[in-house]
Design a protein around this ligand. Structure first.
Ligand SMILES: *Cc1c(COP(=O)(O)O)cnc(C)c1O
Length: 423
């Protein structure tokens, strides 16, 4: 059996209907923005492998840091023990975050970071003896695939088999340009009618919905409404964090500060699964008590894995480098030039750019489903041409590693222009 046959025999892939899915591509090697399959075909990874890989594949700086940690202390349980890499992550990260963020909780992936935030929001009120059990979230939000994260997510076909089994979530419209007031009004109404504990949102960009964007002023207003009613705010920066929006965090565009933040994906440069939920001191203090029952009884076996921490430290120091910051600006400039070039094309409905994120919506007669026929045609075209892009319905987006070369980026643009002609 070859690799693909063995894969088919043993493995179950994410988000895959195995009966109708195309054969997976067997990748054997990665370097910088490139991947190679088992037949030697080269691909540009124009989506940074699901947004995790800003500094490129097989980065030796991160790999060396991991190796050093692996041969010093690979893992120790975090219940009752601590270690230097965990403390160093806090010392490096906290000054980069909004100034009210004071405490870090480690977990393993974006979904668990959200799970922790939602549990803290609910238990915060429980500990105070106040009954608040509703979570507010945006329409078409994506916060992950564990149960509370799924409950907060609004992309229905991800979650329809589990309707009726969720925590209480009420949805409000996204304040996209022109829809701000409807979103503010809905939030006020929801808070009046329900006992709301928290509001979770993807700040400025809803990734899985197809890079749907809205303005910082609108989010500031929503956070202000929450603060007025003592509803906790949770910024899910799992996708937007670590430079994607052109600033370290999407929250850096805001005047307001969220009570909690969720971080993962680019945290460890695509090497070791790790996530963080960060909190204000006030939240931490609501769990600090002589009563053991007020503690946060949440943990994972690999919480604060030292090797993951070493990867995060290396990753954050790469992000800080002036060359890396210049790369982010360079990509934004090129995206804006590409936007100018394509936005008036008769088949292009809308385009949007923020930081290294570019999205383009293709005009379509039918309402294109997430995994519909146009999506498959586009996806296959890109793969055929050696570019990895995963359109969401009729939305094509680019979220490249920051180290992508100008030449590679121009190739991605050209192939998108060709794709617009064939659909
Ligand atoms: C990907 C993502 C998650 C889930 O992260 P996983 O690591 O896949 O569990 C949560 N929130 C947002 C905004 C994401 O983009």
């Amino acid at each position: 059996m070859n690799l693909i046959e063995k894969d088919r025999k043993y493995l179950w892939h994410p988000y895959t209907q195995h009966k109708t899915a195309a054969t997976p591509i067997a990748i054997v090697k990665g370097k910088d923005a490139l991947l190679w399959d088992e037949n030697g075909k080269e691909y540009i990874d124009a989506i940074a492998s699901w947004w995790v890989n800003p500094f490129g594949h097989s980065n030796t700086f991160v790999a060396d840091a991991i190796y050093k940690q692996l041969t010093t202390l690979e893992h120790v349980l975090f219940g009752g023990f601590t270690h230097e890499p965990a403390v160093q992550v806090a010392e490096k990260l906290l000054p980069m975050l909004p100034s009210n963020q004071q405490k870090l909780f480690f977990s393993d992936n974006g979904s668990t970071s959200v799970e922790v935030a939602i549990k803290v929001a609910l238990q915060y009120f429980y500990n105070k003896g106040e009954k608040r059990t509703t979570i507010i979230a945006f329409e078409d939000a994506f916060h992950g695939d564990t149960f509370a994260a799924m409950a907060a997510s609004g992309i229905s076909f991800y979650t329809q088999a589990f309707q009726g089994m969720f925590i209480d979530v009420v949805r409000i419209p996204v304040p996209t340009p022109g829809n701000e007031q409807a979103s503010f009004d809905a939030l006020e109404d929801v808070i009046q009618i329900n006992s709301c504990a928290g509001f979770i949102f993807e700040p400025l960009v809803q990734g899985a919905a197809g890079m749907v964007m809205y303005n910082p002023e609108a989010l500031d207003e929503l956070i202000e409404i929450c603060k007025k009613h003592k509803v906790l705010t949770i910024a899910d920066e799992v996708m937007t964090g670590f430079g994607k929006t052109g600033k370290n965090f999407a929250c850096d565009y805001l005047k307001q500060q969220p009570d909690m933040m969720c971080l993962s994906k680019a945290l460890t440069a695509g090497t070791i699964p790790m996530a963080l939920t960060t909190f204000t001191q006030e939240l931490f203090d609501a769990f600090y008590d002589d009563d053991i029952n007020k503690a946060l009884f949440h943990g994972h076996t690999f919480t604060a894995n030292p090797t993951g921490c070493a990867a995060a430290l290396a990753s954050m120091s790469l992000l800080e480098k002036p060359e890396m910051q210049a790369n982010i600006k360079r990509i934004t400039t090129e995206h804006l030039a590409f936007q100018k070039r394509v936005q008036n094309h008769p088949k292009v409905k809308t385009t949007r750019v923020l930081g290294v994120i570019f999205a383009l919506e293709i005009k379509s007669d039918s309402t294109e489903s997430y995994y519909g026929s146009m999506r498959n045609k586009l996806y296959n075209f890109f793969i055929d041409k050696g570019v990895i892009l995963r359109p969401v319905g009729n939305i094509v987006y680019i979220l490249p590693p920051y180290i992508i070369t100008d030449e590679q980026l121009q190739k991605v643009y050209t192939i998108i222009e060709e794709a617009i002609e064939i659909v």
